[in-house]
Ligand binder design. Structure first.
Ligand code: CP3
Length: 355
């Protein structure tokens, strides 16, 4: 498989690169006027996500605008519970909503792991079309939510601030939560394997809400399931091996455990120092992150200065192992020019560490 720019994959494999590669979580999204135009054409977020043609269009938008080192499949983590029959919609101003929540014995028993080539066939078709449209320019990242993060949306029926129903189930009926997590674990494994089969060149698991758990509960209800997935992915071998990135938001307390998870790379948010993370993980894995997304609201000078701080914090002259990213997604109110400034600074400044 030839790639014009494989810097991102080499950095994940901790091989030498010429500069620090960069891509951004939520790089396709509402801060881009061209995204808003396509979303209007598609009628709704789900209209956009379920059309391979529109999904391809919006995946390419940020990589056509900026010299990013990777593209990420345009979809959403919640398409998996949607394919389980929970019926996802996005209500304006309210975020995601499931018409069926999973809160009792009966609804847990009814859960099943969907055949990804059938129910999520539109995602696999999008992967194929995006690979064609990228034509070997940069690698394509596939993704899924973690079993625990998906479970929070399934139990709550949508977004939540306090995770009351999820925690209630965790402490009152841990067996029920484990049953949901078992189904999610299989669903995510099959889904990511189907994405790899369709052509994604790296995969990332988003564990956005693992950080709300206690130490012991994180290991039992989130990390353990992610490790099972990492072990069951058909990632291939050697140079063609598909790297796996795990991202738990708020993972500062579990860096050591994450470093031993079997994943090639760990995504960290901005509350963790990259030097501290490297030390905790004993340089066993590559790191992805971790500029505070709010920096993109600052002046050009500030954006450049803060980007340099992240690169300096990682340090390491002459080696790969760092993929620059934000510590979480790009905010919808960010000015598109600010993203361009960030990409430029990372590409230029990081060269001194890669001679
Ligand atoms: O560019 C990319 O990163 C790829 C696309 C992507 C989206 N969602 C598109 C999207 C990815 C990787 C996701 C992951 C996702 N979705 C996560 C994990 C990462 C994270 O951000 O923590 C989570 C928790 C979700 C769930 C989700 N999707 C919520 C809570 C919302 C509503 C909040 C909001 O910003 O409106 C979404 C909708 C969503 N997914 C949008 C996009 C671009 C915005 C929808 C719109 O166009 O209005």
């Amino acid at each position: 498989m030839h790639l014009d720019n494989d810097t991102f994959l080499r950095a994940l494999r901790k091989q030498k690169t010429e500069y620090t590669p960069i891509w951004l979580m939520r790089q396709a999204g509402r801060y881009l006027p061209e995204y808003m135009a396509t979303r209007t054409k598609a009628g709704s977020f789900m209209g956009l996500a379920t059309s391979p043609q529109f999904a391809t269009e919006v995946t390419l938008q940020p990589v056509d605008r900026y010299p990013l080192d990777a593209a990420i499949l345009f979809s959403d983590i919640l398409t998996v519970p949607d394919a389980m029959g929970l019926d996802l919609s996005f209500v304006a101003g309210e975020g995601p909503k499931f018409s069926k929540a999973v809160r009792d014995e009966e609804s847990v028993r009814a859960l099943f792991s969907p055949d990804p080539t059938e129910k999520l066939g539109y995602v696999m078709e999008a992967v194929k079309q995006i690979r064609k449209a990228l034509n070997g320019r940069i690698p394509l990242i596939g993704f899924s939510g973690s079993p625990f993060t998906l479970a929070t949306y399934m139990v709550e029926g949508g977004s939540t601030r306090d995770f009351r129903l999820t925690k209630n189930m965790l402490y009152k009926r841990p067996d029920l939560l484990h049953k949901i997590l078992d189904v999610n674990c299989k669903a995510v494994t099959d889904y990511l394997n189907a994405q790899i089969e369709a052509g994604v060149q790296a995969v990332m698991i988003f564990d956005t809400w693992g950080g709300i758990l206690s130490h012991a509960d994180y290991l039992e209800f989130s990390l353990d399931y992610m490790e099972r997935i990492v072990q069951s992915l058909d990632v291939g071998t050697d140079e063609e091996k598909v790297p796996v990135i795990l991202f738990t938001k708020g993972s500062g307390a579990w860096l050591k455990e994450l470093g031993n998870s079997g994943a090639e790379a760990i995504g960290v948010d901005w509350t963790v120092g990259l030097k501290q993370a490297r030390e905790a993980m004993e340089d066993k894995v590559a790191l992805q992150g971790n500029l505070d997304p709010a920096v993109l609201f600052a002046s050009e000078d500030s954006i450049r200065c803060q980007a340099r701080k992240v690169i300096d914090d990682f340090g390491m002259v002459g080696q790969g192992g760092h993929v620059f990213n934000l510590g979480h997604g790009v905010d919808k109110a960010v000015l598109p020019e600010s993203v361009g400034i960030l990409v430029d600074e990372v590409h230029k400044y990081s060269r001194k560490y890669h001679q």
